[in-house]
Design a protein around this ligand. Structure first.
Ligand code: CO
Length: 211
């Protein structure tokens, strides 16, 4: 067995011991159910673990991760997570968290062919097309990549707000906020982008559903 693979089981034993010492009922309590107030949609990048960067514990954040934290309307996995989080767990906040230095964003800004992932990254190229003027006006590659990370989060928040799942929840009078944030791998800091919605009032009419 490779060393690193073996290590996770030793780590796990230590972790269980640590929690049981502090609270003998820790796992028993968790086994009784979950009521997380937050759904986190983040990047699969190993450097952005949702619980760790937010200082939250098991049971506090429902998580969905994919390459470049995308909200794609035909993605059954994302839609199922969103539906369950909103309608069963009744989360109060849905967060899209991007991160500077995102490989998915950087790859999408090139013309390189990577394989099957190109179909996924295509959605990021669409975000670039929508904001082409702003991105092209930036001087360095680094500035372009960083701004694209932010704009991509913003567009994914818009896409979340456009879903019938979120709009139905608002129509039912539920408290539900969607937020866009960015994590900086280089210093560990989370930044709120100020893209927050709790209704569909500012949305273009064609995206608004009649309920
Ligand atoms: Co990433």
């Amino acid at each position: 067995m490779p060393e690193f693979y073996k290590k996770i089981f030793n780590n796990n034993k230590e972790w269980v011991k640590h929690h049981l010492e502090a609270d003998p009922n820790y796992f028993k309590d968790l086994s009784e159910g979950q009521k997380p107030p937050i759904l986190w949609i983040g990047c699969s990048d190993s450097r952005v673990p949702a619980n760790e960067v937010t200082g939250t514990k098991p049971g506090e954040v429902f998580v969905h991760r994919n390459i470049a934290n995308m909200v794609i309307h035909t993605d059954m996995s994302m839609l199922s997570v969103l539906d369950y989080a909103v309608n069963v767990l009744e989360v109060r906040h849905v967060i899209v968290c991007g991160h500077y230095g995102c490989g998915g964003i950087n790859a999408a800004l090139t013309s390189k062919k990577f394989g099957i992932i190109d179909n996924w990254l295509r959605h990021i190229k669409d975000v670039y097309r929508m904001h082409k003027e702003e991105i092209d006006a930036l001087q360095t590659e680094d500035e372009k990549q960083r701004r694209m990370v932010e704009l991509n989060v913003q567009e994914q928040v818009f896409d979340l707000a456009k879903t019938s799942i979120i709009q139905q929840s608002w129509a039912n009078g539920k408290f539900l906020q969607v937020h866009g944030i960015v994590y900086d791998i280089a210093n560990g800091i989370l930044k709120d982008l100020g893209v927050n919605f709790n209704s569909n009032e500012d949305m273009d009419q064609v995206y608004r559903f009649d309920f």
